[in-house]
Design a protein around this ligand. Sequence first.
Ligand code: BTN
Length: 305
Amino acid sequence: MKSQIIKILRSDNKIVSGEELSTVLGVSRVSVWKHIQLLQESGYTIVAGPKGYKLESSPDALFTWEFPEREPNFHYLPEISSTMDIARNMARKGCPHFTVVIAERQKKGRGRLNRVWLSSEGGLYFTLVLRPEIPVALASRITFLASVVLVQILRKLYDIDARVKWPNDILVEGKKISGMLSEMEAQADMVTFINIGIGINVNNDPSAEEPGATSLKSLKAKELSRKELLSLFLDEFENRLNTESLDNIIPQWKHYTMTLNQVVKIVTTRDTYEGIAVDIDENGTLLLKLQNGTIQKVLCGDCFQ
Ligand code: BTN
């Protein structure tokens, strides 16, 4: 109902009477008024006058009704522990492919290697539940595709020199604006689900505890539309998942990376390595040339460069 009201008010961009809304929507005028009040409470400026309703402005909202074509697989939650936890529960209960779980704030946002992902208001924090029907060996390519799509969108939309740091961080001018975390479950070597959690610093101000981070707002010196960024990303990622050959992903990732041919320190849950990042293989494993000349393969870890 709310998505329809918003659509009508936006498409006409003029005063629409309560009677017209109630006829088009097939509900009473009282019901229309109740939904208008809820929209007003959610931050929409809707002026109610003697001739009807006029939408003056909308918040940069990620409410489910702002993504009507994605309902019922789009779940907006104002504040939760972590979208990863909710998405994992939903995936285990059998939710469909490309379910989106998004939060305005996370109280226990998680990063890779058990780090905390501070998730204050203004950022984008979401997890996608994917069921790609592929063997486990190919699963990492899906997360690499997510970082390729996001880096391309950020470059196009905001004209910024966004680059990927192995494995899936996105940096601009050496500072992090996005991180990804993936979790997977499998059965008999086939993926049951891969959940990709993405955090993007959009209009939030990274805290003093995150000196290596920046936000799109501070790069562009203005607030940006999270809805526009999220919509473009979801549409493009979904489309590329359906059409892109899994063999094309790593070559594209290499085009945007800042990690290859650099001296790097890699920290994993068990070890720390230093060397030159000479290549990544077709599944995203980093090939590190150590000082003694041997090649160390690293499947996952954190990269400092
Ligand atoms: C990292 O760079 O270490 C990965 C950060 C991933 C953060 C996102 S925000 C949405 C999702 N929910 C979480 O708790 N973490 C991921």
